[in-house]
Design a protein around this ligand. Structure first.
Ligand SMILES: Cc1ncc(COP(=O)(O)O)c(C=O)c1O
Length: 390
């Protein structure tokens, strides 16, 4: 069936609303839509503007702000999801266990070491609440922070340890900050917004030492994009019973941010208490899409290639203007542009290219997420024009 244009869809909804109110089938000329919406009052108010998408990205706009993968979801996953839509009257069932079984097989973990969440953020929030009620949480000062902010609003104390001068996470300072009042250490690897990965061996030593005193939560949202995902991930430590939790997501390389699927892997005792704090019930369509995406090696390789190609383009744009981007192992690049990053973001937005402005304490740093290759061509042009305009 051809897709309806938004206006036609809205028109059809208006017709059915009028039919419902009048009890009669009605064929309403398009031209009378506006007048009737006014006359119908409340009934018309219920007709929210409809779009063909869950998010409105105007044609020609480069959206480089949320570290998404616009090439996703996997075409195979999309085709599979279309088949199950007629069956979504029911709460999700077997798909939960099927998906978890994939993670167990891939990482050689037991059933009680894995849980699902509505996006990894929910797993992170649940972990923050599970442990943050027992003591304070230590985190790097500049890092992904939605879950930290959430927990702080609910009374959890978060202690932020400054980054090193080279913008790396300061593992030594974090280890020194752990005392008996600390209940959890949070690390994001690679870190957001810097994009920098912690060396695998250094992090392994840190986890072995600090994990003796306190549980460690590692956010591996971007692991699949790192130079060496197995070396960078700490999943292997879980097989030896490490005092840790690791979160992963389908929102990044898998290009499924709108479907909200994440998961956690960890010590069974940690997984149990974190699961008790997870609030949302899983989204069955998302889980089904995740299952098929996880198995779609071709799409994963394609996405990785496009993202790395895009990252090189953004690095080149920065370097051409004498700016040294931080070494990213993710689908975003962070760089000190030597200007007010928030004002710069606004100037870029006026050229239809959306990038991130300043994060607290880093007023001259911009973060640029990967879009499609053509979006990054737009970025290059807009950056040049904005930068040279001074
Ligand atoms: C480091 C990191 N962790 C977690 C998330 C949350 O992602 P989601 O809830 O979509 O899995 C993000 C999102 O940008 C992120 O950058």
């Amino acid at each position: 069936m051809p897709l309806q244009r938004p206006q036609q869809t809205q028109h059809a909804s208006l017709q059915s609303a009028i039919s419902l109110l009048t009890g009669r089938a009605i064929d309403l000329p398009m031209s009378r839509r506006m007048a009737l919406q006014g006359m119908l009052g409340t009934a018309a108010l219920t007709l929210a503007p409809l779009t063909l998408s869950q998010v409105d990205i105007p044609t020609g706009q480069a959206r480089l702000i949320f570290n998404e993968n616009p090439y996703g979801p996997s075409p195979k996953a999309i085709a599979e999801v279309a088949k199950i839509m007629p069956n979504t009257a029911y709460y999700p069932g077997e798909i939960e266990e099927d998906l978890i079984a994939l993670f167990m097989q891939r990482h050689l973990l037991d059933r009680e070491q894995v849980f699902l969440a509505s996006g990894s953020n929910e797993g992170l929030q649940a972990a923050m609440m599970a442990f943050g009620r027992q003591g304070s949480v230590i985190s790097p000062s500049l890092t992904y922070s939605d879950h930290l902010d959430y927990a702080e609003k609910l009374g959890v104390e978060v202690l932020r340890v400054p980054l090193r001068d080279d913008m790396a996470i300061d593992l030594e300072a974090m280890a020194r900050a752990v005392d008996s009042s600390v209940s959890l250490v949070y690390l994001c690897n690679p870190n957001n917004p810097t994009g920098m990965a912690i060396d695998g061996d250094e992090l392994r030593s840190f986890c072995k030492e600090v994990g003796q005193k306190v549980p460690i939560l590692i956010d591996e949202a971007y692991n699949e994009l790192t130079d060496n995902p197995d070396y960078t991930s700490m999943v292997d430590l879980l097989r030896d019973g490490a005092n840790m939790l690791i979160t992963r997501t389908f929102s990044k390389i898998f290009g499924m941010a709108g479907l909200r699927v994440g998961y956690g892997m960890g010590h069974p005792d940690i997984v149990r208490v974190v699961k008790d704090n997870v609030m949302a019930w899983p989204n069955g369509v998302g889980l089904y899409a995740a299952y098929h995406s996880y198995l779609d090696e071709e799409f994963i390789a394609f996405s990785r290639e496009k993202i790395l190609q895009g990252r090189e383009m953004v690095n080149t744009t920065f370097r051409r203007h004498g700016i040294a981007p931080l070494p990213s192992q993710t689908n975003f690049v962070y760089a000190d542009i030597g200007r007010d990053a928030t004002a710069f973001k606004e100037q870029m937005a006026s050229r239809n290219v959306l990038i991130r402005g300043a994060y607290e304490g880093y007023g001259t740093y911009s973060r640029v997420s990967m879009g499609r290759i053509e979006d990054l061509v737009l970025f290059d042009r807009a950056f040049e024009a904005t930068y040279l305009a001074g």
